[in-house]
Design a protein around this ligand. Structure first.
Ligand code: HDE
Length: 695
């Protein structure tokens, strides 16, 4: 055993007892053992520092370059590893490897993100969420880089930089961060009627997901599946959350941002730690050219959905995320998702938004990751056929920054005949198993033009708004009022209201009333606005994916000195049995004495765990503790917010004065402890009219 204690002793300083039995030996990046990680090399104890101190210089030099450029968009994100399991074989419609056999599993790495904010911004702005899945199939990596909303703001990729510049912080003042409630965003939107459908989604509860596990995901564009006979089937991809769809209320969202800027990242980490693995079903909408031609919109237009009532979603697999990354930078940050990375059996459509993306993503990795060799980073490296043969890829491409591979032989070209001489000859194409592009018939003039079939910008915005539950409609109207109230230029608000009149007259009126402004004339439309059949499948509230459950959810229990031990334990057991997680929250965490003389350590402190961070709230107090807490703002706010955010509140008799102080009124969601576990499984939407004014 080597004793480093002498070497690590600073002059007159502390001695660090480090032995190689406890830790591996610290080395420089070049492998030289380091003797002292506490002090620079100096001339004398108080003298100047020496430039020759390689271990110091290397350490600081590496540190100085730790950051890489963040993603231009979707900079803020969190990810996890897991697997995709095929639950129904699609071998008749695609040769794609991961869809061949029921039960077959394929490794995945999935990253969720916001769009507008920087890497250090909050998890919970009102924003679209990215939903990017990397499938490590045996035939190469397939990146399905989608969002939690099935449509997009623009129809043509050439407008993407304008959209993002308008949404991000304004160019001169450098704010607001991660927010669309400002002039430049709404200026752009008001002048781009094609964004109206997406705006309905963006102003709905869809952009306030409770957790990543409570979001749907969508591939957005129409893609192709191609079978062994070369036949193509059009497809739209859907991810359906097993935990159900759930969102927060705007006031709650804003407060979460302050209480825990990492709320969703933490939730993902904690869920996986406790074995509550986030899970989704993969669903497909499959259709042919004839179906496409029969619809009153163009399936190549990413501002349109195909309503599920018109074309049902067929479930073909499930994705489970069961492993949090070991290292955030190496995996989550360095992951490069590239929609042009598809595998045999999957193809593109002519959607001009998709086609534009096929260029952008590889290009952006070159400045973000700095090298054409980004595919060699472990998180991006393929794990398929070639990997099984010893390398994740196999071709004659060579060199470049940070080349990690050491190719053998002198042939870095093809064709070559060196195999005849017994030399390393390299890989060859395989016309049979290699990727085959679907040979669609294409002809026409070269034009910069939008097709007529992309001209209807309002029918589906109307379809979305009118399909919503009344509570969701009120949220949409109120969100637009909120955002336009933050717009300082009147003409932008007026233009927006003129566009909204084409969506729904009632919505436009509610927005005008909320802004206390007159309604302008409706803006002209490029195509007649249709009244399509409504699609209740689009709802979150009282919709098909709203789940009344405690599974995967957290219940906060406010306790204090003297809390009844029996009541607390019964409640905790009930929550656990229902699949939920109980978190005790107390004014002081270390030791909370209970009624029976025992004591527990609380899971969290009252100030650090406001009720916005939990899904339902219970209050179990002694009479004395309650008398103290009615004078404690944080406790009153805890209960007041739970009520205002439409959560179930369970309480024992002694806690009632705290509820009264917080203005809690009796309703179905305010119950005694015995009825609480059941009551805690949902939100009380009918309460909303009593607690806030909505547009
Ligand atoms: Fe992206 N997008 N995007 N996007 N996008 C990027 O690529 C782009 C679009 C999406 O977790 C960038 O690696 C263009 C639609 C996600 O790492 C960039 C257009 C959809 C992510 C880029 C779009 C998305 C990105 C920035 C107009 C949903 C994060 C960093 C056609 C279907 C992936 C990067 C991750 C990231 C370009 C529109 C989803 C700049 C040009 C539509 C989930 O290349």
């Amino acid at each position: 055993m080597t004793d480093f204690s002498d070497l690590n002793a600073g002059a007159g300083g502390e001695t660090h007892q480090v032995t190689d039995a406890d830790h591996p030996v610290l080395t420089t990046n070049h492998g030289t053992p380091i003797s002292d990680n506490q002090n620079q090399l100096k001339v004398g104890a108080r003298g100047p520092v020496l430039l020759e101190d390689e271990s110091y210089r290397e350490k600081i030099n590496h540190f100085d370059h730790e950051r890489i450029p963040e993603r231009i968009v979707h900079a803020r994100g969190s990810a996890a590893h897991g697997y995709f399991e095929c639950t129904e074989s699609l071998s008749d419609i695609t040769v794609a490897d991961m869809f061949q056999k029921k039960g077959q599993r394929t490794e995945v790495f999935t990253r969720f993100s916001t769009v507008a904010g920087g890497a250090g911004s909050i998890d919970t702005p009102r924003d679209v969420r990215g939903f990017a899945v990397k499938f490590y199939t045996r035939e190469g990596n397939w990146d399905l880089v989608g969002n939690n909303i099935p449509v997009f703001f623009i129809q043509d990729a050439i407008k993407f930089p304008d959209l993002i510049h308008a949404a991000k912080m304004e160019a001169d003042r450098g704010y607001p961060q991660a927010a669309t409630a400002h002039d430049t965003f709404w200026d752009f939107i008001s002048l781009m009627p094609e964004s109206t459908h997406m705006i309905m989604w963006a102003m709905s509860d869809r952009t306030l997901p409770r957790t990543f596990a409570n979001m749907e995901g969508f591939g957005v564009h129409t893609f192709r599946l191609i079978n062994k006979d070369g036949k193509s089937t059009f497809v739209k991809f859907h991810w359906k959350p097993k935990a159900g769809l759930a969102s927060t209320i705007w006031d709650e969202t804003v407060k979460i941002a302050g209480a825990d800027p990492d709320f969703q990242r933490r939730d993902l980490f904690e869920r996986i730690e406790r074995g509550d693995y986030p899970e989704w079903e993969l669903g497909l909408q499959l259709f042919d050219e004839e179906f496409a031609n029969s619809q009153p919109y163009d399936v190549l237009d990413s501002t349109k959905i195909i309503p599920e009532e018109v074309l049902p979603v067929k479930i073909v697999g499930r994705m489970v995320l069961d492993r949090y990354p070991d290292n955030f930078f190496a995996e989550t940050e360095q992951a490069a998702f590239v929609p042009s990375h598809v595998v045999p059996g999957i193809g593109f459509s002519n959607d001009p938004l998709l086609q534009g993306r096929l260029f952008s993503y590889t290009d952006t990795q070159l400045s973000r990751l700095g090298s054409v060799n980004f595919h060699q980073l472990p998180i991006n490296a393929a794990k398929g056929r070639a990997a099984a043969a010893g390398s994740p890829f196999n071709n004659q491409q060579r060199d470049g920054h940070m080349q990690m591979a050491v190719p053998k032989g002198r042939a870095s070209y093809e064709p070559n005949s060196l195999a005849k001489a017994g030399e390393e000859a390299g890989a060859r194409e395989d016309p049979d198993k290699g990727y085959k592009t679907f040979p669609s018939d294409e002809e026409g003039q070269k034009l910069r033009i939008r097709p007529e079939s992309f001209a209807d910008h309002y029918s589906q915005a109307r379809l979305f708004f009118r399909s919503m539950d009344p509570a969701e409609q009120a949220h949409i109207a109120s969100a637009i009022v909120f955002e336009l109230s933050k717009v300082s230029l009147d003409h932008i608000r007026i233009q927006m209201m003129a566009n909204l009149r084409n969506v729904d007259e009632d919505l436009a009126k509610r927005v005008a009333a909320g802004l206390a402004m007159d309604l302008p004339e409706a803006s002209p439309t490029a195509a007649p606005v249709l009244d399509m059949d409504l699609s209740p499948a689009l709802r979150i509230i009282r919709g098909p994916l709203e789940k009344h459950t405690l599974e995967g959810r957290t219940v906060g229990i406010l306790i204090a000195d003297g809390t009844d031990a029996g009541e607390l334990n019964t409640l905790k057991d009930g929550i656990k049995k229902a699949g939920g997680q109980a978190k005790t929250i107390a004014p002081k965490v270390g030791k909370v004495p209970l009624s029976d003389g025992s004591s527990i350590a609380a899971d969290a402190q009252l100030f650090g765990q406001p009720s916005v961070t939990v899904d339902a709230c219970a209050v179990i107090l002694s009479k004395d503790a309650c008398a103290k807490l009615v004078k404690e703002g944080a406790a009153v706010q805890w209960v007041m917010d739970a009520f205002g955010h439409l959560k179930a509140i369970g309480h024992n008799a002694a806690a009632k004065p705290l509820l009264d102080k917080a203005g809690v009124e009796a309703d179905d969601g305010v119950v005694e402890l015995g009825a609480f576990v059941d009551a805690a499984k949902k939100r009380y939407w009918d309460r909303e009219a009593n607690v806030r004014t909505l547009a």
